[in-house]
Design a protein around this ligand. Structure first.
Ligand code: FAD
Length: 397
């Protein structure tokens, strides 16, 4: 069995995305990175292909596919344009998949068809200016009003798709985590609100410019100032969001690992090609031992990433929790491996590797974000060590 294409359906999906990438994504990738702009129009085309609601039930306009399909799409998009792939991840996993598995029937009926088609662009807002890894320290608050509505106050930072253009237009809909109380042990009670463009008090604070990489995705600060949200936009019960927050982080981390795989594959492809084309001292540079070390080690790392990522994808159940050991494990291993492979590609390609036309410098810049976003590599080390103390049998099973 091909672990990365376990069924005909997966194979067809990969081929379809690969064709789309070579025809439409690759030609625009360099320009959008340079200009630091999100390709909104191209993004909508993903809706026509059925990719924006990949994990959503067909009743709501989705494709009802699994975690392996998620991995395939992220790998393929990222092999060409990781910034565009990050915007896709923020929409399709952080917003759409979260709503599919945690929203009410009414919320799903009303919102999922719009986000599956690409009519609306979604985002997820967890991080804040003063809180990232320490998520329970978030200070954005929501309090219930006498008329049943909620008032949100606070700022969210680093939100992918938080704005959709350079004119301050916020995401059409954003999944916002807010504090609605404190439990008996003094821990924050976290609740989720669906905030829609046009709701009073919801705006873009700033588009964050001059990022190292992922420049083809928009990153924004969002402001909620006395923002009024109807009770129908509360997801689940007040205070019970930790469980779906943790569950959705698992598929997010797999998606980010898959993006790393796309970067690694492309970097390896570029360095391998160049090593045959470039001649020095009368020989193709692939004949030199030090170049062989870069290519050989990159190949082995790439194959190890691919095996671990697809092994995890093939057994990850969407909408469930408790799979963190490997969702953190693949992200911990693959993000750093991708950065190292992109770095090796630049080294093999010498001066050419250092300029944008040859792609790998962009992949190298983009790869760094994957060690930070969706949980830093230090948080994965912490989680894995904690989980292995609870289930040491995972090592020997
Ligand atoms: C381009 C981009 C896009 C993003 N998109 C989104 C998005 O769509 N939605 C969203 O909610 N967030 C998003 N983020 C935020 C991202 O998830 C956070 O940056 C990340 O979780 C880290 O938080 P922080 O930046 O506050 O760093 P901090 O949490 O302050 O960490 C700083 C350093 O301290 C370390 N550290 C912290 N706690 C510990 C500990 N207990 N043990 C050891 N080390 C520790 C960290 O690992 C890190 O090295 C995005 C970020 C970027 C840059």
């Amino acid at each position: 069995m091909d672990i990365a294409n376990p069924s005909d359906e997966h194979n067809m999906l990969r081929q379809m995305v690969r064709d789309f990438v070579s025809e439409y994504v690759e030609p625009q990738a360099l320009e959008h990175d340079k200009k630091e702009i999100f390709n909104h129009q191209l993004f909508r085309q993903l809706g026509d292909l059925g990719l924006l609601g990949l994990t959503v039930s067909e009743d709501y306009g989705g494709a009802s596919m699994d975690a392996t399909a998620v991995t395939i799409v992220h790998e393929e998009l990222s092999s060409s344009d990781p910034g565009f792939a990050l915007a896709y991840l923020a929409h399709s996993l952080l917003f759409v998949n979260n709503l599919e598995f945690n929203g009410s029937a009414e919320q799903k009926e009303r919102i999922l068809p719009k986000v599956c088609s690409g009519e609306w662009i979604g985002a997820m807002a967890m991080s804040e200016p003063d809180t990232g890894t320490d998520v329970l320290g978030l200070t954005t608050s929501a309090s219930k009003n006498n008329d049943g509505t909620w008032t949100l106050n606070g700022r969210k930072m680093w939100i992918t798709n938080g704005c959709i253009d350079d004119h301050g237009t916020p995401a059409d809909v954003v999944w916002v985590y807010a504090r609605t109380g404190t439990d008996a042990k003094g821990r924050a009670q976290i609740s989720t609100f669906l905030v829609e463009n046009g709701m009073r008090g919801y705006s873009v604070g700033q588009k964050i410019l001059d990022k190292t990489g992922m420049r083809a995705s928009n990153t924004a600060e969002l402001v909620f100032q006395d923002c009024i949200v109807p009770d129908t936009n509360l997801v689940g019960d007040a205070g019970d969001s930790m469980i779906h927050m943790m569950g959705n982080l698992e598929i997010e981390r797999l998606g980010l690992a898959a993006m790393s795989l796309g970067i690694a594959r492309r970097s390896l492809h570029e360095m391998n090609k160049y090593a045959s084309e470039r001649v020095a001292f009368g020989k193709e540079i692939r004949n030199f031992g030090q170049i062989q070390r870069y290519i050989g080690e990159s190949w082995a790392k790439y194959r190890a990433m691919r095996a671990y990522i697809y092994d995890t994808a093939n057994s990850l159940s969407l909408g469930e929790t408790g799979q963190r050991l490997d969702s953190d494990g693949v992200k911990l291993f693959a993000t750093t491996a991708a950065k190292e492979i992109a770095d090796a590609a630049i080294q093999v390609m010498g001066g050419y590797g250092y300029v944008s036309e040859y792609v790998v410098e962009r992949l190298w810049r983009d790869s760094k974000l994957l060690e930070i976003g969706g949980g830093t590599i230090e948080s994965h080390q912490k989680n894995i060590t904690r989980d292995l103390s609870k289930s040491p049998e995972s090592i020997t099973n």
